[in-house]
Ligand binder design. Structure first.
Ligand SMILES: O=C(O)c1ccccc1NCC(=O)[C@H](O)[C@H](O)COP(=O)(O)O
Length: 212
């Protein structure tokens, strides 16, 4: 079974085209203004317009207010990836009000962090495990940091899930083998500089997941 792959933080049509051409399952559009990958709702709409229906359009949001959620949905996003401190109740409300699929990010540094996932059973559609960034970091994700993939081995997952955090074309096979992931997400690992996607790295990453 091919590992499903999300290329996150795409902001150019070249990155969109390369990701789709090499088999990405989802593309993430970063709608958090402090991110080097930030795109406006209008940019997300025009970048994602040519995407075929089988490739999921994901808005990446951090504690969004209803107005921003509305702009993401208006831009055609079908999945909301919530990367902040959104409670299970907020997730339920957003799922109900938008009809979108919801991915809740669980930031992981230690085994204790995984316990937070269970609260989203019945609320979210998928958990995205990502590396917890350092206290005081500018961003809650997209920093190329890893966590210990062994933490996920044998874990009783409450929902479908994906692995994220510090992956690249050379590490993803080991990450999948250790964690048991069937879906992965990458951002920095397919960039030449923060926010600058590299089409050759996108191709290499998707070829690597395609071999698994
Ligand atoms: O990528 C960002 O700039 C970002 C900013 C704020 C919240 C989330 C962000 N990224 C979310 C993602 O899904 C990334 O792909 C994920 O954190 C993994 O990033 P990386 O370790 O760089 O591959």
């Amino acid at each position: 079974m091919r590992i499903q792959t999300k290329i996150c933080g795409v902001s150019t049509s070249e990155a969109v085209t390369a990701s789709i051409g090499h088999g990405a399952a989802w593309l993430g559009f970063m709608m958090f203004a402090k991110s080097p990958r930030y795109v406006t709702a209008d940019q997300a709409a025009s970048l994602s317009a040519p995407m075929p229906g089988h490739v999921g359009k994901v808005a990446v949001l951090v504690d969004p207010d209803d107005e921003l959620v509305g702009r993401a949905i208006g831009a055609g996003m079908k999945i909301l990836q919530l990367h902040g401190h959104e409670s299970p109740e907020r997730v339920v409300a957003l799922r109900r009000s938008t009809g979108a699929e919801i991915w809740k990010v669980i930031s992981v540094r230690t085994a204790a962090d995984l316990a937070g996932a269970a609260a989203y059973r019945g609320a979210a559609d998928r958990i995205l495990y990502d590396a917890k960034t350092p206290d005081g970091a500018a961003l809650p994700g997209g920093m190329g940091l890893r966590f210990d993939w062994n933490l996920l081995a044998g874990f009783d997952h409450p929902l479908p899930w994906a692995l994220s955090g510090g992956l690249d074309a050379t590490s993803v096979a080991e990450a999948v083998a250790i964690s048991g992931a069937s879906a992965v997400d990458v951002s920095s690992g397919v960039e030449s500089a923060p926010g600058v996607k590299d089409v050759d790295k996108i191709a290499a990453f998707l070829q690597a997941t395609g071999r698994l």
